[in-house]
Design a protein around this ligand. Structure first.
Ligand SMILES: [Zn+2]
Length: 403
């Protein structure tokens, strides 16, 4: 046991990650790779589970003219030497289909019936390794990079990740790698000035993975708002939550948003982190058979705005991961929420937005936006936005021109 511990310590000292790649000023701190998407040999078409939601979010952002292929950041795959910062080799070797879908089957049997089982359940393990675990390793690489980018840029969004049911020792609930724990451990280890982290977990499910990992680590403050009536019912992990908000089935927008608003404020009054990890699951959406809550798409957009606004006005770097929520309409909502954050001035990157387009068009776009309240904020993706101006966003409703 002692030897194993020593070996891990040495490993960490030796560990030089490739994942913190160099990024250009003309790239949005938005992370995505086509490798994120899971192909199920066509099985996904028989099923409401959207296994390509990440790619669809990116396509929507492109269609809206916010990003291009060359203005977002493509992460590398997390490799074994990265994953062993948190996971044991034994765990990594043991990854099996049953570990990953545990919980999904419980959800499906209890809540939605057998038709909701993701098509992954129908595939043999070697296919899962290739079709599922590899995309998950890319998304994990994305979450790890997002932590570093948020420190450099003030904010970042990984279009994937958020595997909050996976802890160092155990996968489950469609989560094979503990990407949130990994990103935080990387920050503690490799990025100066990060010694306190807040996790704000607003996925419909309890984030038992990171809760187990940081249970006795006072550097990490966890706020978790979840439906108490669904998977994972992890009573032990609940001890790791500093601010626990349990919801009833079919909670609606008004109740939900006022809880989120009050508790993020309360959390930040209690603990001042160097960075916030925002697990922005969309399975709170009305009609999601796994989340069993009744939040509207506009409610989700407003929720994300509240969290970003609280972080940005306090000058706390924040990065978002997209976590659960696999209905067909989910991708559109995530994209709309990101577009809304941009529209209200909470995220911005002029260098990316005006890069490599003809000067006349760039000038037109700039002058069009000059009348807006937030256009005065300069280069907000490189330097933090002005607190006073961001404070005014508190009173702004999410934009109505995004769906
Ligand atoms: Zn969930």
């Amino acid at each position: 046991m002692e030897d194993a511990k020593d070996e891990t310590t040495h490993q960490r000292e030796r560990h030089k990650t490739q994942l913190y790649i160099d990024v250009k000023a003309t790239q949005w701190p938005i992370i995505y790779s086509a490798e994120y998407n899971i192909g199920f040999l066509g099985l996904e078409k028989l099923h409401p589970f959207d296994s390509a939601k990440w790619g669809r979010v990116f396509e929507f952002l492109k269609e809206a003219g916010m990003v291009r292929d060359d203005t977002i950041i493509t992460p590398l795959e997390a490799r074994e030497e990265d994953l062993t910062i948190v996971h044991s080799r034994t765990y990594l070797n043991s990854l099996k289909l049953t570990d990953i879908i545990e919980g999904i089957s419980e959800w499906s049997w209890n809540v939605a019936g057998i038709t909701e089982i993701p098509p992954v359940a129908l595939l043999p393990n070697f296919v899962v390794q290739r079709k599922v675990l590899r995309p998950f390793r890319y998304q994990t690489g994305g979450t790890i990079l997002a932590g570093k980018l948020a420190i450099d840029r003030g904010w970042a969004i990984n279009i994937g990740g958020g595997f909050h049911h996976c802890s160092a020792e155990r996968g489950g609930g469609f989560c094979a790698y503990a990407d949130i724990t990994l990103s935080i451990k990387f920050l503690f280890e490799k990025v100066q000035g990060v010694s306190k982290v807040m996790i704000v977990d607003l996925d419909a499910h309890q984030g038992n993975g990171h809760e187990r990992d940081f249970m006795s680590d006072d550097r990490v403050y966890i706020m978790d708002v979840y439906n108490r009536g669904i998977y994972p019912h992890d009573g032990f992990a609940k001890r790791g939550i500093k601010r626990k908000v349990e919801l009833q089935h079919f909670t609606e927008d008004d109740t939900y948003l006022s809880l989120v608003r009050n508790h993020i404020e309360g959390s930040l009054n209690e603990f001042t982190p160097d960075i916030i990890v925002y697990n922005a699951g969309t399975d709170i959406l009305d009609g999601d058979p796994l989340g069993n809550l009744s939040i509207s798409s506009q409610g989700i957009i407003e929720r994300d705005q509240i969290i970003f606004q609280k972080a940005r006005t306090r000058n706390i770097p924040i990065f978002m991961v997209t976590s659960g929520g696999y209905l067909k309409e989910t991708a559109r909502i995530i994209a709309d929420s990101i577009l809304n954050l941009k529209a209200v001035g909470l995220i911005r990157c002029d260098e990316a937005e005006f890069s490599d387009i003809p000067e006349i068009e760039a000038a037109m776009r700039r002058s069009q936006s000059d009348g807006g309240l937030f256009s005065k904020m300069k280069r907000a993706c490189l330097s933090r936005s002005s607190t006073t101006e961001l404070n005014q966003i508190d009173n702004i409703q999410p934009t109505s021109n995004t769906r």
